[in-house]
Design a protein around this ligand. Structure first.
Ligand SMILES: CC(C)(COP(=O)(O)OP(=O)(O)OC[C@H]1O[C@@H](n2cnc3c(N)ncnc32)[C@H](O)[C@@H]1OP(=O)(O)O)[C@@H](O)C(=O)NCCC(=O)NCCS
Length: 187
C-alpha cells in the first residue's frame, strides 16, 4: 500500500512501506543494476539475460525501475510485445522482481500499477501475464481463457490478461506468442 506520494523534482516518489522508492522508466545507467536484481531474484540468470536481449532487440516496450534513496535499483518490471494470430496488439508483463530484502512492502505492486497505466496510455490493447492468480488478480488480471487465449508454455490458469480496449483481443482468441527472445528462456 502506498502511504504517501509526492514530487521531488525527479518524478513521483512513493513512500511504500519502509523503503522510500522512486518508480520511473529505466535509464542507461540502470542496466547493470536491473541485471543484478534479476540474477538475485531468480534461480538462474535467464530472466536477467532475457531483459538484456529484449533491450538489444528493441523489444522492451516499457521498462520500469524502483530506485531507493541511494539511487540503487531494488525492483524492475518489463513489458514486451506479444502477438495473437500473427498481429501485435498487446504486451506481456515479464519478468518482475524485487530484491528479497525489500519485498512485501508493495514495491512490485507499485511497479505493476504504474506499468499497466503506461501500457494503457501508450495504446496497448491488452496485457498478459503468467503468474499466481492470487497475486495478479488484484491488478485486474482475469483468466486469459475468458478470452479463449492460451500461451505457449502450458500456463493454464496462471495465464491471465487485462483488456484495456474491448475488441483488442481477437474474438476467436488464439495462442499468445511472446517476443522471440523468450525462446531462450526454455533452454
Ligand atoms: C513476486 C515479487 C516480485 C513480489 O514483490 P513484492 O515487492 O514483495 O510484492 P508486493 O509487496 O507488491 O506484494 C507482496 C505479495 O506478493 C506475494 N508474493 C511473493 N512472491 C510471490 C510469487 N512468486 N508469486 C505470487 N505472489 C507472490 C506475497 O505473498 C505478498 O502477498 P500479500 O500481499 O497477499 O501478502 C517478489 O517476491 C520477487 O521478486 N520474487 C522473485 C521473482 C519472481 O518470482 N517474480 C515473479 C514471476 S516473474
Amino acid at each position: 500500500m502506498i502511504l504517501a506520494e509526492f514530487h521531488d523534482g525527479l518524478g513521483v516518489v512513493a513512500l511504500v512501506g519502509r523503503v522510500k522508492v522512486q518508480v520511473r522508466s529505466e535509464e542507461f545507467a540502470d542496466q547493470g543494476m536491473i541485471h543484478a536484481v534479476h540474477v538475485a531474484s531468480f534461480p538462474t540468470k535467464r530472466e536477467a539475460d532475457l531483459v538484456d536481449t529484449l533491450r538489444v532487440a528493441g523489444n522492451l516496450s516499457i521498462s520500469l525501475v524502483a530506485v531507493d534513496e541511494c539511487g540503487a535499483v531494488v525492483g524492475h518490471v518489463a513489458f514486451s510485445p506479444v502477438t495473437v494470430a500473427g498481429a501485435t496488439a498487446g504486451v506481456g508483463m515479464a519478468p518482475v522482481a524485487v530484491l528479497a530484502e525489500c519485498r512485501c512492502q508493495g514495491i512490485a505492486a507499485e511497479l505493476i500499477r504504474r506499468g499497466l497505466a503506461l501500457c494503457q496510455e501508450a495504446g496497448h490493447g491488452f496485457v498478459v501475464v503468467l503468474g499466481d492468480p492470487a497475486y495478479y488478480s488484484r491488478f485486474g488480471f482475469a483468466p486469459a481463457a475468458d478470452w479463449s487465449l492460451s500461451d505457449e508454455y502450458g500456463g493454464g490458469s496462471a495465464f491471465q490478461a487485462i483488456e484495456f480496449k474491448p475488441g483488442s483481443i481477437p474474438a476467436t482468441g488464439g495462442v499468445v506468442r511472446y517476443a522471440p527472445e523468450f525462446a531462450a528462456l526454455g533452454d
